[in-house]
Design a binder for this molecule. Structure first.
Ligand SMILES: [Zn+2]
Length: 148
């Protein structure tokens, strides 16, 4: 019996070592990938990575300035806001619901079952612009884009 415990302990130690070595290798791989991506950016694109921008309307066609900022200058992020009419299109709201996210609006409905019986779980979700809710009918958790 003691032999089995010793063997289990050794196997546990070996697996822990393997986990830590694998985690370090993954971190090194991620760092290398980031360095590879950054080395391919032009100086203008590296500066573009520092900017978070907003835009009006939901049009992101090739001739728009927001498309040019994303495609040519690789801006760091895009801030979508209801007051800029970024979610005005029904297609955008439908796609958000399909992704399990309640779009910004005055009334918050569950994106899964459309129930109005919802409860705030946290004012902040995976990002500061989203809140975490729970549906009281189907019990599914979901994010809601805050209306700013
Ligand atoms: Zn629901």
């Amino acid at each position: 019996m003691k032999l089995n415990r010793t063997l289990v302990f050794r196997l546990l130690c070996i697996s822990l070592v393997i986990v830590f070595v694998a985690r370090d290798a993954e971190a090194f791989s991620n760092r290398t990938q980031i360095q590879d991506i950054m080395s391919e950016l032009t100086p203008e694109q590296k500066v573009g990575q520092l900017f978070l921008v907003g835009f009006e309307d939901a049009d992101i066609a090739r001739e728009t300035s927001i498309y040019k900022l994303i495609a040519d200058y690789r801006i760091g992020g895009v801030m979508l806001m209801a007051e800029n009419d970024n979610f005005g299109d029904d297609e955008v709201k439908t796609k958000l619901k399909e992704a399990g996210i309640a779009p910004p609006s005055g009334e918050i409905n569950c994106p899964q079952c459309d129930s109005k019986k919802v409860q705030v779980v946290s004012e902040f979700g995976s990002t500061a612009c989203k809140a975490l809710y729970k549906c009281l009918d189907c019990l599914e958790p979901f994010h809601h884009f805050k209306q700013i």
